[in-house]
Design a protein around this ligand. Structure first.
Ligand code: ADP
Ligand code: MG
Length: 613
């Protein structure tokens, strides 16, 4: 029933409601209307491509499949035209006059659920075709279906409650949306503005997009191409385009999955960790695409926090054709994506560590801190992450690291614990008194140099059934070593420790002979089992007051050391001098433990001791 004169229709009630919100909303990112119309054009072209496979008789079959955007700043119009499937008269009524499609339905549902005040919903849900009314005085949709015998039509509305449809001649296949812009939206009729918007949202649309005759989307959606067809330079170029980076990526993972979700992902680890360089906390920036159209450049929960250093693209391509942006708001879907990608990336790192150990070591040097964060905080991925941690140890060379698994593989049958020491660097740990007892017993000790290590180790707690234990912890029990010649007797040692306890008074909780010392005369252990020396240093750095609380340590002495033997002799013959020596020994032990808060009294005492030499 074609008519030559315009015929007027009322919008369906829901559409009226929707339009009312869209038109009066204060939503600031009105520019998304470009994304919506371009993705409609792209959908229509995709549908045509499918139709061409099964149908022979297609209108204007010679037309190139493309999208043409033109702006006219004098007339204040923007036009988005495609050579896709087009719409018949009935389809215009069905698609643009009723709320058949999912996007707008979801939008209204969310509004009904108390979101009315939140104009953000427009951006989140993408109200599709109707978003044009945020910027339009009027919208004309010219369309000609791919079906040859159908005439062309123009659909016209100012969004205020009704629309008109009129038959027009001379329409080529596809649709042409002409928007007459509101005065305060005239910017959208300028070339530069639309260019910028197209580059942001539609850079990877598969069909050529021409803006005022110039091809704008020249970068390919690399993530959808087959890996072995892509050159390294192409990846690098893409990385630079996508992340606005100047460096080259350090690692990349390009993968696709079919189940439980169809995913194409291209992930990059940058060369450098900017957080480590002192820049602000990195923002998650793996962008989420749905069939090459940007959904969200910085989706928050797509990946766990500790993966915030990753860059790249995730595209969930195999979703039903009519899926819209709103589905991406679906928590369950995001969670599923998160799970699949995280698992895959962890597997990738495991392979890297195995197959390219040197590159992995360099990566770890730069980004290991994120893996530690994950191991300590992300319970779901802890087990996989712990395997990826690396440490220097008493058995590695300086600069070389070991994994916990390798550590365990070297363990003696009766060793139930994995020992570690936290210190500022290798030299400090090696020259301190804590290591020697472990060395003498051939026990490997992991060296931890970062402030967070203490926290990470205590959160990770165990690996492969072995407890992670700080080697300077007061509770550590070590096996007996054969008694060397010339040590103080047990009675003498008892007398000396008792004298030390009395002499040092409040400053020590306990004094005893040590099973960890081999060469050093003494060591200090924090009497507070819940706070290691390193933790105390951190607390002190954060908050002065907590360090003011009186420090009481356990002093362990070495009955084999010449200093102790001499002290045993002098503590009866020259008690005054022996007291100074005892205090100095305690201070030395505190220095090694990083627990000496104020060195001033020590200096005075040392001069006194030097006088008597
Ligand atoms: P969605 O794209 O989520 O379906 P829209 O509001 O963007 O919702 O579009 C509504 C419907 O209008 C589309 O599903 C499609 O059938 C039709 N349509 C919109 N733009 C075009 C176009 N350029 N060519 C053909 N059909 C279109
Ligand atoms: Mg759409």
């Amino acid at each position: 029933m074609s008519t030559a004169t315009p015929q007027k229709f009322e919008f369906q009630a829901e559409i009226k409601q929707l339009l009312d919100i869209v038109i009066h909303s204060l939503y600031t990112e009105k520019e998304i209307f470009v994304r919506e119309l371009v993705s409609n054009a792209s959908d229509a072209l995709e549908k045509l491509r499918h139709t061409q496979i099964t149908e022979k008789d297609i209108a204007d079959d010679q037309l190139t499949l493309e999208i043409n955007v033109t702006t006219d700043d004098k007339a204040k119009t923007i036009t988005i035209q495609d050579t896709g499937v087009g719409m018949t008269r009935a389809e215009l009524i069905e698609n643009l006059g009723t709320i058949a499609h999912s996007g707008s339905k979801q939008f209204l549902k969310a509004l009904g659920e108390g979101g009315a005040k939140n104009s953000n919903l427009i951006g989140q849900f993408g109200v599709g075709f109707y978003s044009a009314f945020m910027v339009a005085k009027s919208v004309k949709a010219y369309s000609h279906s791919w079906r040859k015998d159908e005439p062309g039509h123009v659909w016209t509305s100012d969004g205020s409650g009704s629309y008109e449809i009129e038959e027009v001649d001379g329409q080529q296949r596809g649709s042409k949306i002409v928007i007459e812009l509101k005065d305060d939206c005239a910017d959208y009729a300028t070339d530069w503005k639309i260019k910028e918007i197209l580059e942001r949202y539609s850079a990877f649309v598969s069909f050529p997009i021409n803006l005022n005759g110039k091809h704008v989307n020249t970068v390919q959606a690399l993530w959808l191409r087959s890996k072995n067809e892509i050159k390294d330079e192409e990846y690098t170029e893409f990385y630079k385009f996508q992340t606005h980076a100047f460096d080259e990526p350090r690692l990349r993972l390009h993968f696709s999955a079919d189940a439980p979700l169809a995913i194409n992902a291209l992930l990059f680890v940058p060369k450098e960790n900017t957080e480590k360089m002192g820049f602000a906390r990195t923002e998650a920036s793996v962008a989420l695409y749905c069939r090459k159209v940007l959904i969200d450049a910085k989706p928050k929960d797509l990946l766990p926090e500790w993966l915030r250093f990753l860059k790249g693209v995730v595209d969930s391509e195999d979703l039903p054709l009519n899926i819209s942006r709103e589905t991406m708001q679906d928590r369950a879907l995001i969670e599923k994506l998160n799970k699949v990608i995280t698992k895959r990336f962890l597997k990738f790192l495991e392979e890297e560590a195995k197959n390219h150990a040197d590159a992995y070591a360099e990566f770890y040097q730069e980004f290991g801190i994120f893996l530690k964060e994950g191991a300590a905080m992300d319970f779901a991925h802890k087990d996989q992450l712990v395997k990826l941690l690396r440490f220097e140890s008493s058995l590695t060379e300086k600069g070389k690291t070991t994994s916990l698994a390798d550590y365990v593989s070297r363990l003696g049958a009766d060793q139930k614990e994995i020992y570690y020491l936290v210190g500022p660097n290798r030299a400090a740990i090696e020259s301190g008194p804590y290591l020697e007892g472990f060395k003498a017993r051939n026990l490997e000790v992991l060296f931890c140099y970062e402030a967070v290590d203490e926290y990470v180790m205590s959160n990770v707690r165990e690996f492969d059934g072995k407890k992670l234990t700080a080697a300077d912890h007061a509770d550590v029990k070590l096996t007996d070593l054969p008694k060397p010649e010339g040590a103080l007797s047990e009675d003498d040692t008892k007398a000396l420790t008792a004298w030390l306890k009395t002499t040092l008074g409040e400053r020590v909780a306990e004094v005893k002979a040590s099973d960890r010392l081999v060469d050093s005369p003494a060591l200090a252990l924090n009497a507070d089992k819940f706070m290691s020396p390193h933790m105390r240093r951190m607390m002190k750095a954060m908050n002065k007051d907590s360090a003011e609380s009186p420090l009481r340590v356990n002093l362990e002495i070495n009955p084999r050391s010449a200093v102790m033997k001499r002290l045993f002799e002098t503590h009866t013959t020259a008690p005054e001098k022996a007291k100074l020596v005892a205090e100095q020994i305690l201070d030395n032990a505190l220095i090694s433990a990083g627990l000496l808060d104020d060195a001033t009294p020590m200096v005075a005492r040392l001069y006194k001791l030097l006088e008597s030499v």
